[in-house]
Design a protein around this ligand. Structure first.
Ligand code: SF4
Length: 212
C-alpha cells in the first residue's frame, strides 16, 4: 500500500524528460515546508491504495513515463520496491525528491532528481550529503533559485562537490521571486555550467488560459 495524494496524466515540465506525456504519482506527506511550496495539499490529503490499483491506473494512460513525486515520496518505504516493479515493466521512471532521505536503495534504473534546498527555500541544510555518493550518471541535481544569494550558494555547492563535472545540474527560477531572464543572464555572467530549467507546464497552462 502507498498513501497517494493524486495520480494524473500531463506533460512533464521539468528535468531531462521535459515535454514527454507522463503519469504523475503524487504521494502524501512531506517532512519539509519550503516557502514556495505549491503542493501544500499533499502534506496530509490522500488515500491508501494497493500497488495493483496504482499500477492499473498508470497502465490506463498508455505512456512509458512515470514520475513519482510528492510531497516526499521516500517517506514511504514501499515506494522503493514499487519503483523497481515499474522498471521491471519497462517504464521510464523518475523520482523527484528533496534528497533529505537516503536514495541508497533506489533502483539504479530510476532517474532520480535531487532537489537540493537552497537557504531561501526555508529548508536549508535538509540535504543528506551522503546522497551524493549514491548518485549515478543519470541522477540530476536541481536547485530552485530564489535570490542572488541562493545562486551564489548553489554555485559554491556544485563546485565544492564537483557536481558540474559528474551530473546534470538544473537551475530553476523560483516562480514570482526571480525572473527567467534574470536567471539566464546570471548563468551566463557567472559562466556557470548549470542548465536553465523552466517549468514548461506553467507556460502551457497559462497559454491555454489566455486562449493562445
Ligand atoms: S519538498 Fe516539495 S512538497 Fe515538500 S515542502 Fe518543499 S516544495 Fe513542498
Amino acid at each position: 500500500m502507498l498513501k497517494i495524494n493524486e495520480i494524473f496524466y500531463s506533460i512533464q515540465g521539468e528535468t531531462s524528460y521535459v515535454g514527454y506525456p507522463t503519469v504523475f504519482v503524487r504521494t502524501t506527506a512531506c517532512n519539509l515546508r519550503c516557502t514556495y511550496c505549491d503542493t501544500k495539499y499533499s502534506y496530509y490529503e490522500g488515500e491508501f491504495q494497493s500497488l495493483d490499483l496504482i499500477l492499473k491506473t498508470i497502465e490506463s494512460h498508455k505512456t512509458q513515463f512515470v514520475c513519482i513525486t510528492g510531497g516526499e515520496p521516500l517517506l514511504q518505504k514501499n515506494v522503493i520496491p514499487f519503483m523497481a516493479t515499474l522498471c521491471d515493466q519497462n517504464y521510464k521512471v523518475s523520482l523527484e525528491t528533496s534528497g533529505s532521505k537516503s536514495i541508497e536503495n533506489v533502483d539504479p534504473r530510476v532517474k532520480t532528481i535531487l532537489d537540493v534546498k537552497t537557504p531561501d527555500s526555508g529548508a536549508a541544510n535538509s540535504f543528506l550529503m551522503s546522497n551524493i555518493n549514491f548518485a549515478t550518471s543519470s541522477t540530476e541535481f536541481k536547485f530552485v533559485i530564489c535570490s542572488e544569494a541562493d545562486l551564489e550558494w548553489s554555485e559554491n555547492f556544485c563546485r565544492q562537490h564537483n557536481l558540474f563535472e559528474k551530473f546534470m545540474v538544473l537551475y530553476s527560477p523560483s516562480y514570482g521571486q526571480v525572473s527567467e531572464l534574470w536567471l539566464a543572464e546570471k548563468i551566463l555572467q557567472k559562466k556557470s555550467s548549470a542548465r536553465l530549467q523552466l517549468q514548461l507546464h506553467k507556460y502551457i497552462w497559462s497559454a491555454e488560459t489566455r486562449g493562445v
